[in-house]
Design a protein around this ligand. Structure first.
Ligand code: ADP
Ligand code: MG
Length: 292
């Protein structure tokens, strides 16, 4: 492609809300045949709401929301915001706090050792869900919600149900990507049931859903598809997505996402609208098609 054509393409991209890091990016964009989409914040709004709290016998709901909220207040995860907003009063400052990527948060609050996150996080401390909480979790997940476990002092105390919504532009974006000949793939750390229900809602095949993938393993999914001979684009917004964005043949960062994702990407979808991904691919084909 001539430098002029690439410059014109880059300028047109800016008008469409697509920031391209360098002219050579348009060359790769034209080639991609698979597009891996992060779920939370990319296909869905990422604005989670706390919908229900299930507690064990003798556990005080307010205490659950205060201890869990105190820890989550220190985390930037979309789930954390929903949990922290669930407590009406003033949250105590944790005496100790750690983020466990892809699993949850842990720390000390009011002298209690508190865990908030996936069942797997509790299992690492040999804490297991009693049957009533396991049931609540299964029911929440069957309904397409994310179930977050809360434990302290060695005992599971509650399951919180959180959910966000699919962006109203996502299904249309996926139709447009398919029309361009791309195969959409959904990639998430969230549970299988939620991932499948989101996939069904936006038109991604169940066979192309990768769920419960730890942040450090997201990059492996991209590598695996590349080994199958695919040219892979990845769209993401989170710190978790940065390595996968860098590994992909083409990394597309949501402009509404984290700085880490934007730095790792080759281009930024300024408005955080997934339809811009289809625009970017159409633009690159047009820019390069006219001069070949
Ligand atoms: P995604 O790929 O959908 O953005 P993450 O990898 O960030 O998901 O998180 C995967 C799962 O880990 C979440 O669905 C949740 O169950 C759990 N998790 C991660 N961070 C937190 C947190 N701060 N509080 C509670 N649960 C969390
Ligand atoms: Mg995300």
């Amino acid at each position: 492609a001539t430098p002029t054509a690439l410059m014109v393409g880059t300028g047109r991209g800016a008008q469409l809300g697509i920031l391209i890091k360098g002219p050579e990016v348009l060359e790769t964009t034209r080639e991609v045949d698979t597009i891996v989409l992060d779920k939370t914040g990319t296909v869905t709004t990422g604005r989670m709401t706390l919908l229900a709290t299930h507690v064990t016998d003798g556990t005080d709901t307010e205490e659950v929301l205060r201890l869990a909220g105190a820890l989550e207040h220190s985390s930037e995860h979309p789930i954390a915001r929903a949990v922290a907003a669930g407590y009406a009063g003033e949250l105590p400052a944790p005496e100790d706090f750690a983020n466990v990527a892809g699993l949850g948060v842990q720390g000390i609050v009011e002298g209690h050792a508190v865990l908030v996150g996936r069942e797997q996080l509790l299992a690492e401390w040999e804490i297991h869900l009693p049957v009533e909480l396991a049931r609540a979790k299964a029911a929440a997940e069957a309904a397409g919600r994310t179930a977050i476990a809360v434990a302290w002092d060695g005992e599971a105390r509650a399951v919180l149900e959180v959910a966000d919504a699919v962006k109203d532009t996502s299904a249309d974006a996926i139709r447009r990507l398919r029309a361009l000949g791309l195969r959409p793939v959904l990639l998430t750390g969230d549970n299988e049931a939620v991932a499948r229900s989101v996939a069904a809602e936006v038109g991604i095949d169940a066979a192309d859903v990768f769920a419960e993938v730890l942040p450090e393993d997201k990059v492996d999914v991209v590598k695996r598809l590349q080994k199958e001979g695919r040219s892979v684009a990845m769209v993401g917004d989170g710190v978790n997505d940065a390595a996968a964005l860098a590994q992909a043949d083409l990394g597309l960062a949501m402009g509404t996402g984290t700085d880490a994702a934007i730095e790792a990407g080759d281009l930024t979808l300024v408005r955080g609208d997934l339809r811009s991904a289809a625009d970017a691919i159409r633009l690159s084909r047009k820019t390069l098609g006219t001069i070949r």
